[in-house]
Design a binder for this molecule. Sequence first.
Ligand SMILES: Nc1ncnc2c1ncn2[C@@H]1O[C@H](COP(=O)(O)OP(=O)(O)OP(=O)(O)O)[C@@H](O)[C@H]1O
Ligand SMILES: [Mg+2]
Length: 519
Amino acid sequence: MKELWTTMASLMGVLAFAQTLLHTVIPPELRFAVLKLFQRLFNCFSSYCYYEITEIDGVNTNELYNAVQLYLSSSASAAGATSDRLSLTRGLNSSVITFGLANNDRLSDVFNGVSVVWEHIVTPRQSQTFSWRPLPEEKRGFTLRINRRDKQPGVLENYLDFITQKADEIKRKNQDRLLYTNSRGGCLDSRGHPWESVPFKHPSTFETLAMDPVKKAEIMSDLRDFADGQAFYKRTGRAWKRGYLLYGPPGTGKSSMIAAMANYLGYDIYDLELTEVNTNSELRKLLMKTSSKSIIVIEDIDCSINLTNRNKNNTNVSDMRSGPSGPVAPGDPEHNGSNNSMTLSGLLNFTDGLWSCCGSERIFVFTTNHIEKLDPALLRSGRMDMHIFMSYCSFPSLKILLKNYLGCDADDIGKEVLGDLAAVIDEAEMTPADVSEVLIKNRRDNDRAVKELLALLKKKMVDRRLRTVGEMEEVAEEEEKRALDSPKEVGGAATGGGGDDVEVDYKIGGEDEEDNGII
Ligand SMILES: Nc1ncnc2c1ncn2[C@@H]1O[C@H](COP(=O)(O)OP(=O)(O)OP(=O)(O)O)[C@@H](O)[C@H]1O
Ligand SMILES: [Mg+2]
């Protein structure tokens, strides 16, 4: 031990002597050049290559520096447990803290089997030369060290591309989502932007969304395939976009599903208020100003515009605002689908025309309570690729809501009560919103919450049965009346009328189709 200390002391002495010699023998103006020379000599014999990525490139911020910093933040947080010193930052519009390499610290990384070392170099800025922009007092940069034998053509480029892509992902994940709206009615802001934005903080996630788990998993996998499908969409010549139609009674979670989608993919939301859009060209401009990785939403589409027939473009948004339209003169430019009004074909082009591809990686979501009111052209694949029926609360959905609001699993509830709930839930046709309300109200007393819910479900079930019996009686009465009113020889026609009735009541058949929920 004593020998080690003696060697160290003599080494320090030699170093101090060399430094004094350097200062006395070499004039200050040559010192930098000599150091550079030594560095070059060292590099010639070194088995490593070094790349410097400085924070400021001339007077501009070096985007690559920011990307590397973000990329290393993920590795740094993983190394956090072992590292003694890490820098912590929180960016603008971000609620997440990112870890970073502390000054003059190192981190190793492996890319495609090649090991590299990153060093964060921070030195005081020496001379403040004149600059239009005040420069930071410290000079910061990353040095990347790669072994010469690993420096194959393309390795560095691929690694830096990978870093940039990862940094984009991390930035998106860390940044708060934005919710855009066009509620200013076509007016532009000071930057000529037609959208206004606010931070999007909706807490809904697929975990908290009450719906059939199989259906949920299918939707999540479809979304993931879409987000990861850049190469697929390019190869197949399809625009990188996807449409989802969410339909079902009020309070079944359509808006919550949109929020869950945005939170799952980390996309921004553009909530398009169609009644604020006056013309097709205005709609196109709005579309052009949306960014990639976003969800464009039109809620209650059947209420915003008359969408029953593509050729009947004579009903536009202005008509919807001023009430039902009267007969329209043919050739009237205000009503014939020209650019002076917003029409169904304008909307179809918005979702599927050439303009719909002016960005990429975009999802269109339309919601409606009345799918039957929509024009089939709007529903076809390519526009609305997936039709998702948001149904009344089912037993699997109920279990999720019990977990959300009461914090209890099915096993925590008595078997008997659970069986009673399962027996009535489907027939009661209660929306998840209504079930949530009962659970929220009684969330401090789980037993009471479950009992009250069961009582309400039973009441709803009985009411529904009575309603159905009443309706059936009404139909029977009507049929009987019609049969009595009709002359005997028209009996065939009367039977045909009965057929029509069946069609009207076909809603039950529709439900069968909707059982699956996804068309
Ligand atoms: N499937 C669901 N899972 C979890 N919560 C739900 C669900 N459906 C409804 N809720 C709760 O009910 C409230 C209303 O739901 P939401 O706004 O998503 O319904 P909606 O289908 O969009 O209704 P509307 O057709 O009237 O717009 C939400 O705050 C949510 O908490
Ligand atoms: Mg809604």
